[in-house]
Design a protein around this ligand. Structure first.
Ligand code: BGP
Length: 460
């Protein structure tokens, strides 16, 4: 299997998960700071200490032929209160980071928002509040102007659905509200407004490229019966189609509106917002797709019940939403220790769908894909063969999609090095590079050597 010469291979990171220095160097608070400290399970400090270690990580990228890195800017490092006063030390930090990227020939792909709205705005309702949309637009404008010479590839948001779902349905992200579908829908809609405003501003003034990242998990009916099919369609519309409609065509289709309105009868949209979203849908340069797993959905009319497996105790995950559906497992499909179903076909089906249903062929980056695994560290050697298998299988289906004419422009492994996982802590490792969190020393895993070979030969 051979990928084209210009296919980009990268590694992904996110500010809060790797930088550390959460409350120093002028950085403002985010909701996670108080939440994690009151929960007492694990600390985001110093994580992988990327704030100081980035020259080491970028050197490793260069040594292992990794051509690109996904980085997010911590909004509260630039605007500690979300808006108003600027922290110049934070502004300079990202200048130095981007310059170091270029010095090592590693192209930065930069996300403006990766789960870390400044606390001052989060407290007032995060993206349920117009104030956050306005502040986000100002923050984005500042970054575009400031970093225009260093950043060519932008993403407005990382994963709109998981933000909404984890904040307002599963309750695993602060403010930890459960089963409030209406808040989830409003926050998704508002993030899409913020995204569209920012895309339109960027494409008016700058020459670089911009898009958004969605986490897209393919939903399949558990059984071939009408009830499971309906449940599956509802979960798909809520998690995927609503966002794909707004991103790739701007307007909300009748089918999507019908389901969203069934789930939240207060939902309505303003035609002016739609006009603006249509413009942005024409202007985006690419779509970022994060893909880890898919779901089989059964009809479910019992009470809401979610148990998040955040420990790696296999078989403990429960996700049942009243009048929507239940996620169920199939004995013959493997799962990770955190109950994420390993199903590369779901990625293939999703990129095909984007092309067929939306006729979108400007280009897709797989902006995250990888396997959470409890790596064994034996005398400095980390044999993560299951992770290699996982990545290989996903690259193979991408190759198949490319052969069928789908424009896949690149692939970023989640994650470049081990880092903090939001609701799972530190035993769920994803990195190509093992991080000893006590010494901050990096060790290449078997997957890093394997990935280097794939990048150099473009052969999976
Ligand atoms: C995505 C996020 C990442 C990362 C990854 C793995 O949803 O964009 O930030 O955390 O998932 O998820 P987790 O850390 O929960 O295993």
């Amino acid at each position: 299997m051979k990928l084209s010469k210009d296919f980009v291979f990268g590694g992904a990171t996110a500010a809060y998960q790797c930088e550390g220095s959460c409350l120093s160097h002028g950085k403002g608070k985010v909701a996670w700071d108080d939440y994690l400290s009151s929960q007492g399970r694990f600390s985001p400090e110093p994580a992988s200490d990327f704030y100081h270690m980035y020259p080491v990580d970028l050197k490793l990228c260069q040594q292992f032929s990794i051509q690109a890195i996904r980085i997010s800017i911590a909004w509260s490092r630039i605007f500690p209160e979300g808006k108003g006063q600027i922290n110049h030390e934070g502004v300079d930090f990202y200048h130095h980071l981007f310059q170091e990227c270029h010095k090592n020939n590693v192209e930065p792909y930069v996300t403006l928002h990766h789960f870390d709205t400044p606390d001052a705005l989060h407290k007032n309702g995060d993206f349920l509040n117009q104030e956050t949309i306005d502040a986000y637009v100002e923050y984005a404008k500042f970054c575009f102007e400031e970093y225009q010479d260093e950043v060519t590839y932008w993403f407005t948001f990382n994963e709109v659905w998981p933000i909404a779902c984890n904040q307002y349905i599963s309750g695993t992200f602060p403010p930890c509200i459960q089963y409030d579908i209406s808040k989830a829908i409003t926050s998704m809609y508002n993030m899409m407004i913020a995204h569209s405003l920012v895309v339109n501003i960027y494409k008016e003034k700058y020459n670089g490229h911009i898009g958004i990242i969605h986490s897209l998990e393919t939903k399949y009916p558990y059984d071939d019966n009408i009830n499971d099919k309906e449940a599956c369609h509802k979960e798909d519309v809520l998690a995927n189609q609503f966002l794909l409609d707004m991103t790739l065509q701007g307007n909300i289709s009748d089918d999507t509106y019908h389901i969203i309105h069934q789930l939240d009868n207060t939902f309505n949209y303003d035609p002016q917002d739609i006009e603006m979203m249509i413009q942005a849908s024409h202007k985006i340069d690419y779509l970022g797709v994060n893909y880890y797993q898919s779901h089989f959905i059964k009809a479910y009319d019992g009470e809401n019940q979610i148990h998040h497996n955040g420990t790696g105790e296999k078989g403990t995950n429960v996700f049942r939403l009243k009048n929507i559906g239940e996620r169920a497992f199939k004995a013959d499909i493997p799962t990770t220790d955190w109950d994420w179903m390993i199903y590369p076909k779901g990625l293939y089906d999703m990129v095909k769908r984007i092309s067929q249903q939306y006729h979108f062929n400007k280009g897709i980056y797989i902006t995250e894909n990888g396997m959470g695994y409890k790596d064994d560290f034996v005398d400095g050697i980390i044999d993560d063969t299951p992770r290699i298998d996982y990545i290989k299988q996903h690259l193979e289906v991408l190759q198949q999609a490319i052969n069928e004419g789908i424009n896949i422009k690149g692939y970023f492994v989640w994650s470049l090095m081990d880092m903090f996982s939001w609701s799972n802590g530190y035993n769920k490792r994803y990195g190509l590079f093992y991080v000893d969190f006590n010494t901050q020393k990096r060790y290449p895993k078997a997957s890093a050597y394997w990935y280097k070979r794939v990048i150099e030969t473009k052969e999976v």
